[in-house]
Design a protein around this ligand. Structure first.
Ligand code: PLP
Length: 498
């Protein structure tokens, strides 16, 4: 077989793929590029310093008629793409939930792209199907979850939770798979319960499943932003008296605003009393359970029906990879399995096929990167990194507590600190003070972010603007946390007159 020839170096041959020589050359070049990117990332501003539309304006509106050289394409990475990136891999990225990719994870992604498997049936990718079961069982053991929980990978927590609620709905036995929900006078209102601090993905799941916003009830939280179990029980009782069907409770272990942990152990008896599905959103904090001394955050989850955890958040696995652990895979399968003739296989009764458990047919070989991450770092290595992030967060929180100009706004059980500047001023009312502090803290955050040296984000707690510092990047060290503390104090001095 003759090798396809490249007309000119860097250009595509007339037919067929890039030659293997060229693939090797550009592959090596790009791996070097990525290694340099990580080595020099601290010279780049964390937040993209461009205006909306700026990148689009620099790109041609129509596609090239002839292929372009890989050299030119790679040159445009530096010229056009990098300036338009917000660098989530920067060690001073502390916004939202700081997350991070890692060497083994990136190499896993590379291989996934090369294999390009669509793991819809066992036979279309035995490797993906079986490795997924093994890697998720390892993760389950590392998190201390019991063997009754079986895992499945989706892209994001939003999708994992949507599937969990769909399985819960299937368990209600109201013929929803067969008859749907619309145009039915026999179907009472179905309700899901979450705390006021739950992530918006739960509400989106409820919308997607056709339950409507009336199908979701938000339960108040206590002074530490945790769901109030008494209020939950009262809400369910009231809804039952009204003839509704309460069918699912979503507890959060590690809420988005503050990382607060709902009292799952106290919520379990309520779900059991009413035969409701208990789904636990541990998208962020679940990874912390791989650290033996933090396992208690999943206290009670041994009686939950499902739990979502995102290795792409805090387990050094590149986006995307979310895991749903579920105790009732049969219900998930009943909700989603639909096998047309062209997908029937002789072995289907003996094996698991991912497409039976969700909306997608084709599924990426995501387990590979997780398997590589777990093998490369090992349980102890993963735990050491998460433990260190929590230590850094405690250190930062201690500086906040010790300073008269700053205050904590919520407990910091893991690696997220909620805080604000609160310098005193004589003779002002409570209302004036709160107004002033909101304006001041917003100015401080924008000031820090504009330096490009760190990135913070905010939330509102009890209606007060609150700064959030999240530590989750594999490259973040004490030096970075000290630097952001200095930047904050510098901005406080500058903005003090606001
Ligand atoms: N749940 C919680 C608690 C989160 O913090 C987030 C995102 O930050 C999500 C769910 C949604 O995650 P994803 O982007 O994987 O859908």
């Amino acid at each position: 077989m003759s090798k396809p020839q490249t007309a000119q170096p860097g250009l595509a041959p007339d037919l067929g793929d890039m030659t293997s020589d060229e693939f090797r050359r550009f592959g090596h070049e790009l791996i070097d590029w990525v290694a340099d990117y990580f080595e020099n990332i601290e010279q780049l501003p964390v937040l993209a310093q461009i205006e909306p539309g700026e990148l689009k304006a620099q790109l041609p509106a129509s596609p090239p008629e002839q292929g372009e050289s890989m050299d030119l394409i790679i040159a445009d990475l530096d010229k056009l793409i990098v300036p338009a990136l917000t660098h989530w891999s920067h060690p001073a990225f502390h916004a939202y939930f700081a997350t991070s990719t890692s060497g083994p994870g990136i190499l896993g992604e590379l291989l996934t792209a090369a294999f390009d498997n669509k793991a819809m049936l066992w036979r279309t990718s035995p490797a993906s199907t079986e490795l997924e079961e093994v890697a998720l069982d390892w993760l389950r053991q590392m998190m201390g979850l019991d063997a009754g929980m079986s895992g499945i990978i989706y892209d994001t927590a939003s999708v994992s939770s949507m599937h969990a609620i769909a399985a819960a709905r299937e368990g209600v036995e109201q013929r929803i798979r067969e008859d749907g929900m619309s145009g039915r006078s026999d179907l009472p209102l179905l309700r899901v319960y979450e705390s006021e601090q739950a992530h918006s993905s739960i509400e989106k799941a409820v919308l997607t499943l056709g339950l409507g916003q009336r199908g979701l009830r938000k339960i108040p939280t206590d002074s530490e932003f945790r769901m109030d179990p008494k209020a939950l029980a009262a809400a369910i009782d009231e809804d039952k008296r009204n003839g509704y069907i309460p069918f699912c409770i979503v507890a959060t272990v590690g809420t988005t605003s503050t990382s607060s942990i709902d009292p799952v152990r106290e919520i379990v008896p309520i779900s059991e009393e009413h035969t409701m599905w208990l789904h636990v959103d541990a998208a962020y904090a679940g990874s912390a359970a791989v650290v033996p001394e933090f396992r208690h955050i999943l206290d009670g989850c041994e009686r939950a029906d499902s739990i979502v955890v995102n290795p792409h958040k805090w387990l050094f696995t590149p986006f995307d990879l979310s895991v749903l652990y579920c105790r009732h895979m049969d219900l998930l399968r009943r909700a989603f399995s639909l096998v047309p003739e062209y997908l029937r296989t002789p072995e289907q009764e003996k094996v698991r096929s991912g497409s039976d458990y969700g909306i997608q047919l084709g599924r990426r070989f995501r387990a590979l990167k997780l398997w590589m991450v777990i093998r490369y770092f090992g349980h102890e290595g993963l735990a050491a990194r998460i433990r260190e992030h929590c230590r850094l967060a405690r250190l930062f929180a201690s500086w906040v507590e010790e300073s008269p100009d700053w205050e904590l706004m919520a407990p910091a059980p893991l690696a997220l600190v909620c805080f604000r500047a609160c310098p005193r001023r004589e003779e002002e009312t409570e209302g004036q003070r709160e107004q002033r502090l909101d304006t001041l803290n917003e100015a401080i955050m924008h000031g820090v972010n504009a330096t490009g040296k760190a990135l913070l984000s905010h939330t509102k707690l009890n209606d007060r603007l609150t700064l959030r510092l999240s530590i989750g990047n594999i490259r973040t060290t004490e030096r970075h946390v000290r630097q952001v503390w200095e930047l904050l104090n510098e901005q406080l001095r500058k903005s003090h007159t606001v």
